[in-house]
Design a protein around this ligand. Structure first.
Ligand code: PBG
Length: 333
């Protein structure tokens, strides 16, 4: 589609920018609270709020405080919350058994939130890194991150999360074949309405640094994740992965990280037209907060501008640590 326009001065682009009213009427993209999924970190204990140094304003919360935070998020209109557990290092093993323990921190948190705030959707993370003595998303055998054995573990993890009441499962592990295996197991167990938001195009990025501190995985991780996460130079491969995951039964797909990968968001939306999300990851959050703290950027303004950019790039929603702050600002108008 090529809009027709008369030559200057019959066309003056500044006419429709001349007032707030005209700008509002001609704005092509909108950002609302409906667009947010809020990632949060959960830890053991009671009445505990533990700041994360590299993510100003983000805390690890004990389950009781997490339930309060979920209630606040729901009151703000945020549709979904995404849980990441900070696991006691003593529970981390080579085979990651804690990942499918029905009573693990994440599963207890799901139950507590669904009991107290049933209308907020609870999303989970499916990957072994919080439970892995090796810090990787998959099981390590002789230095190799083994695919098929990991998928079997991920299926057990997914079923335990669905059983606990999770609404949206988020496989973030980048193993091959996991979406199909998880979908088949969910159907067989009668979990027909549990949705899968696949981290389908997830890159081996250095923007995840602060997150790995937040979940306590940095210390354990040996090496990098390049044999399973995508090479940042690739774009066609992202489309092939998204198509593969859709064919295996993903309901929604994600591109991650966000800001440096907006071209991928646009290609995915144009190619498939499915519900598409971006993850504005920990490093992006830290970058914007760090500059704002120093007075180098206006924090509120760059936050909203960066979130709008995801919508403009074709995303239906954004996982963002800014969710409550942005929701409050959008409410004020
Ligand atoms: C774990 C996982 C990661 C993130 C979400 N799930 C880290 C990683 O892949 O190393 C990153 C989120 C962020 O940086 O905010 N599989």
């Amino acid at each position: 589609m090529r809009p027709i326009q008369a030559p200057f001065p019959a066309t003056r682009f500044r006419r429709t920018r001349a007032s707030g009213a005209l700008r509002a009427l001609t704005r092509e993209t909108t950002l609302t609270v409906d667009d947010f999924i809020w990632p949060v970190f959960v830890r053991d204990g009671e009445n505990t709020v533990e700041p994360i140094a590299s993510m100003p304003g983000v805390n690890r919360l004990s389950i009781d405080r997490l339930v309060e935070a979920a209630a606040e998020a729901h009151a703000l209109g945020i549709p979904a919350i995404c849980l990441f557990p900070y696991t006691d290092p003593a529970l981390k093993t080579e085979l990651c058994e804690e990942a499918w323990n029905p009573e693990n921190l994440s599963n207890r948190a799901i139950r507590a939130i669904k009991a107290a705030v049933p209308d907020i959707a609870v999303m989970t993370d499916i990957a072994l890194d919080p439970y892995n003595a090796n810090g990787h998303d998959g099981i390590v055998r002789n230095g190799e991150i083994v695919n098929d054995e990991t998928v079997e573990a991920l299926v057990k993890m997914a079923l335990a999360q669905a059983e606990a009441g999770a609404d949206i499962l988020g496989p973030s592990d980048m193993m091959d074949g996991r979406i199909g295996a998880i979908r088949t197991a969910l159907e067989a167990a009668g979990h027909r309405n549990v949705t899968i938001l696949s981290y389908a195009a997830k890159y081996a990025s250095s923007f995840y640094g602060p997150f790995r501190d937040a979940v306590g995985a940095s210390g354990a991780l040996k090496g990098d994740k390049k044999t399973y996460q995508m090479d940042p130079g690739n774009s066609d491969e992202a489309l092939r992965l998204i198509e593969r995951d859709l064919r295996e039964g993903a309901d929604m797909v994600m591109v991650k990280p966000g800001m440096a990968y907006l071209d991928i968001c646009r290609r995915v939306k144009d190619a498939f037209g499915v519900p598409t999300y971006a993850y504005q990851v920990s490093g992006e959050y830290a970058m914007l907060c760090g500059a704002a703290e120093r007075g180098w950027l206006d924090g509120d303004k760059v936050m909203l501008e960066s979130l709008m950019a995801f919508k403009r790039a074709g995303c239906d929603g954004i996982l963002t640590y800014f969710a409550p702050k942005a929701a409050r600002l959008l409410r004020q108008g």
